[in-house]
Write a protein that binds this ligand. Structure first.
Ligand code: SAM
Ligand code: SF4
Length: 489
């Protein structure tokens, strides 16, 4: 029997649940009715989401289809409530780490696509990768997502070696504590390999769930043109032990309502077949990119108000799934999005290969100069990490670098079971406070430290007197007065 090429696996070997569950005509029919849903039905759906039960696609479609301003306002209100209730005021912070931009695909929206001759191609050497990680650690980051193009050189063994390399870097007391990856679909064997080195989330975006749009965006003959292989990737990952998966759709390609309904269908498909939904969902809007003519690609522009609306609807439909808005979006939109759904953001990120520089050596401020020919796309929010942290504190959020769940095995189904009332108060908030304390002591500017200390005190005051409260206070003191770090529940 011929052995499988692990870097270019046989794309016909799908998961046990490998069917195309995107029933376009049914989804479209759901979205075309109920523009004015009756108030009883809306009450039912809103009260189901308030009890934190994931919505069906039929229920989600009602929320998506409606254009009634009053109902839309109720959706926003419910999303705000759920966000507070499930996630508290913590916002998880991470940084992207682009490892290589060689790519065999030709996705028409992406600066890394193979036909883009303007793109400057590079893969970090092991030494360069370690330098990048050192610079991330100097900034204060603890979690990163390593990003790869799809290329024969970026097979699972290469990815696993990169992940090992990232975990191995120490900078004083710091190291990266959770490495997520965003990489092309792998085979079962490939997922087992990347899982064996302890990846956090495996993230892969379907880009668009709309079949003919997918075909237009991913030219025939490229590996990515295989819709079914990509759609099935999260299921194969889960079957192979990568039980924290991240889904996503690139907004602007097809109708946004259709994409959100499909994302919910994908989440429900995983839940039904594996008892676990996605760990995160992303919904990036297309950005300008090198050699990309946006006008030809964006057929379904998503306005700011619809972007916020889609976040609120997702919050109601998949209450326990983390929602990510990256620095593709401008700071103002990110700030608003945090209020009713988004629980994770990147900050101070660079998306060119080798983009993190050592500011201490250079003696310069980390000002982002964007060079499109080196990047996948243009960013909308180029603030430094400390500026983002400061703004979060000003807005009443606890920036969190917590990675405890993944390290204590609270992933996949187990994580879902933990995501219940009381868990946030007992685990997430204390862990967020302790990681914030580390940031304040080790990395923060004076102003951030001042506001951060105040936030820590205010949050501690909110916790009722208990043995746990004394333990949290003790640990925060230890971080302040010793080299003890990484103290989590
Ligand atoms: N090559 C891998 C893949 O395609 O799955 C890695 C992904 S790519 C480096 C990460 C994601 O960036 C893509 O899945 C796509 O959704 C997004 N992306 C590509 N071009 C973009 C653009 N012009 N604006 C915003 N996001 C973009
Ligand atoms: Fe390659 Fe991914 Fe860009 Fe497509 S989105 S061209 S697969 S890097």
């Amino acid at each position: 029997m011929p052995t499988e090429n692990i870097n270019l696996p046989d794309m016909s070997r799908l998961s046990a649940s490998g069917i195309d569950f995107i029933d376009e005509s049914y989804f479209e029919s759901l979205l075309s009715k109920d523009k004015k849903p009756d108030s009883g039905r809306i009450d039912e759906i809103i009260s189901k989401s308030k009890s934190k039960v994931p919505l069906t696609i039929e229920e989600t479609a009602v929320l998506l289809a409606t254009e009634e301003p009053e109902i839309i306002e109720r959706i926003f209100e419910t999303a705000r409530l759920l966000k507070r209730d499930i996630y508290g005021n913590r916002i998880v912070i991470f940084a992207p780490l682009y490892v290589g931009n060689y790519c065999m695909n030709d996705c028409v929206y992406c600066g890394f696509r193979r036909s883009n001759k303007e793109s400057i191609r590079r893969t970090l050497t092991a030494k360069e990768l370690r330098e990048q990680v050192t610079n991330l650690l100097r900034m204060g980051h603890k979690r990163t997502i390593a990003v790869f193009g799809e290329h024969i050189n970026y097979g699972p063994v290469f990815i696993a070696n990169c992940v090992n390399e990232i975990y191995s870097v120490k900078n004083g007391l710091d190291s990266i504590r959770r490495v997520n990856i965003n990489a092309a679909p792998l085979s079962h064997e490939g997922y087992r390999i990347v899982k064996s080195v302890g990846i956090g989330t495996y993230q892969v975006f379907q880009e668009t769930y709309h079949h003919s749009t997918y075909a237009r965006m991913h030219p025939a003959g490229t590996r990515k043109s295989n819709f079914a292989w990509r759609l099935d990737a999260p299921a194969r990952a889960i079957e192979s032990g990568c039980d924290d998966v991240g889904l996503g759709a690139l907004m602007g390609l097809a109708n946004w309502k259709f994409e959100i309904l499909s994302l919910v269908a994908h989440a429900n498909h995983l839940m039904k077949n594996y008892g676990v939904g996605p760990h995160t969902i992303s919904f990036p809007r297309i950005r300008p990119a090198s050699g990309v003519t946006l006008k030809e690609i964006i057929q379904n522009d998503v306005s700011d108000s619809n972007f916020l609306r889609l976040i609120a609807i997702l919050r109601l439909s998949v209450p326990y799934t983390g929602l990510i808005v990256t620095a593709r979006e401008p700071a103002e939109i990110r700030k608003t999005a945090l209020g009713f759904g988004v629980s994770q953001i990147d900050a101070g990120g660079h998306i060119e290969i080798g983009g993190y520089v050592n500011n201490e050596e250079e003696g310069t401020k980390d000002i982002q100069v964007q060079a499109l020919e080196k990047e996948q796309f243009e960013l909308g929010d180029v603030r430094q990490l400390d500026e983002v942290i400061l703004q979060l504190l000003k807005d009443g959020y606890i920036p969190s670098f917590c990675t405890a769940c993944y390290r204590l095995g609270r992933t996949g189904k187990v994580f879902m079971e933990y995501a219940i009332p009381g868990f946030i108060q007992n685990m997430c908030t204390p862990n967020a406070l302790m990681t914030l304390k580390e940031y304040l002591v080790d990395h923060a500017s004076q102003e951030t430290r001042f506001l951060g200390e105040k936030m820590l005190q205010d949050e501690l005051n909110k916790i009722p007197d208990s043995p746990q409260k004394s333990e949290i206070a003790k640990r925060i003191d230890r971080i302040n007065n010793s080299t003890d770090r990484d103290l989590y529940f």
